[in-house]
Design a protein around this ligand. Structure first.
Ligand SMILES: Cc1ncc(COP(=O)(O)O)c(C=O)c1O
Length: 379
């Protein structure tokens, strides 16, 4: 039982997180999920220790559901039916580190290539794994510059390439083309190539885009990561990483203590997040994901038009949920939690409302009236 002071602090924390959830446009986190049907699991301990596909001594787990989540995405991402593997991670970062870990285990002397627009988790993976790396220029859309990739790769023909392709860059949702990356590297004379697709945001909907990006196993990716909390929605961070099973065999160790194979980065792993993701994919299904995407995309298109109508040069990549515009003033950035670098952006995710977007547009309109300026965010 909490004392009155602690209870009060807890109530205040709830109110402030609840309030912050309502004015949240700059980072891609879905907000309209409802997992009340799962509340009873909060009364149980649970731990998906070790490999999801091998049973262990430890049975207080949701591994069966975790495998179904992995299988769902393996199917969507055209993984070879007899050579895929995966697990539910803590989020996109863990998936990126894992993908690059497999790449490094295959090619210990490999060089990591990724574009400047790549998420900072990839630089972290490079440091952790002790990889050499080569930063590649990006196009204004955020997509990797293939000509520059060819140029830098040609300088190290004798070394393997471990590439991170962005299927939705963090700031602009630019999408790299895995097929073109592989062709570029082959043309540059590189024989050994490992490609990891970072589909943190777009993973759940990328397979359904009208202009489907070349990002999955069928397109030549060796591993793929997605975040669960970004588009599908979860009250805590989570994600999925998928890889080719034969590559995972290299890192597998049999651990007597848990009676299972150790293939994952974390030892103890959440049993709750696989249940949440399972619930999300079972209740939404493919049609629900498509509908949620269509709603978000329509809203993102409207925001671009409305910002343009007040002379703010906003833009988005084709079929993207991320709207890019010139940096906004600090008070707006802080109220709406807008990620800002050389540009600001907002991301329309399930649960983003027209009313929130209207309020943001009103705030931008007002700030421009007070300090009129014509600014341009270039695509
Ligand atoms: C492209 C990209 N990759 C990876 C990540 C990291 O994902 P997470 O926050 O789930 O660790 C992000 C997060 O914004 C991202 O935008």
């Amino acid at each position: 039982m909490l004392d009155a002071h602690s209870q009060n602090r807890l109530d205040e924390l709830f109110d402030s997180m609840n309030e912050a959830n309502k004015s949240f446009l700059g980072y891609p986190f879905a907000k309209d999920f409802n997992y009340e049907g799962l509340l009873r699991f909060m009364k149980l301990t649970g731990n998906n220790l070790g490999d999801p596909f091998t049973p262990g001594t430890y049975r207080v787990s949701s591994k069966e559901f975790e495998c179904e989540v992995v299988e769902f995405f393996a199917h969507l991402f055209r993984a070879p039916f007899d050579d895929f593997w995966g697990y539910v991670t803590n989020g996109g970062t863990e998936g990126n580190i894992y993908g690059m870990y497999l790449g490094r285990e295959m090619y210990p002397n490999g060089i990591a290539y990724f574009s400047r627009d790549t998420h900072y988790s990839v630089s972290k993976a490079v440091r952790l794994l002790g990889l050499s790396h080569s930063l590649v220029r990006s196009q204004p859309s955020g997509e990797i510059c293939y000509e520059h990739l060819a140029e830098v790769a040609a300088r190290a023909k004798n070394r393997a390439a471990i590439v991170v392709a962005n299927i939705g860059t963090t700031m602009k949702e630019g999408k790299d083309n895995v097929r073109r990356i592989r062709e570029t590297l082959v043309d540059a004379g590189i024989k050994d190539i490992y490609i990891h697709s970072d589909a943190a945001l777009c993973g759940p909907y990328a397979p359904f885009l009208a202009a489907k990006p070349a990002f999955d196993f069928g397109d030549g990716a060796d591993s793929i990561t997605l975040s669960g909390h970004k588009f599908l929605g979860a009250p805590m961070p989570c994600g999925v990483v998928l890889a080719r099973r034969q590559n995972v065999q290299r890192v597998l160790q049999r651990i007597d203590y848990i009676g299972a194979a150790d293939t994952t980065l974390s030892g103890s792993r959440s049993a709750q997040t696989p249940i949440i993701l399972w619930y999300a994919i079972r209740s939404l299904g493919v049609d629900g994901i498509k509908e949620a995407f269509a709603r978000c995309e329509r809203l993102a298109g409207e925001v671009v038009d409305e910002l343009d109508s007040i002379d703010v040069s906003a833009w988005r990549n084709p079929e993207a949920l991320t709207v890019v515009f010139p940096p906004v003033e600090d008070s707006i950035k802080s109220k709406w939690q807008l990620a800002t670098q050389d540009v600001s952006h907002l991301v329309v995710t399930p649960g983003t409302t027209k009313r929130q977007l209207d309020m943001l547009i009103q705030a931008i309109t007002k700030s421009r009236r007070l300090s009129p300026r014509q600014v341009t965010a270039t695509a």
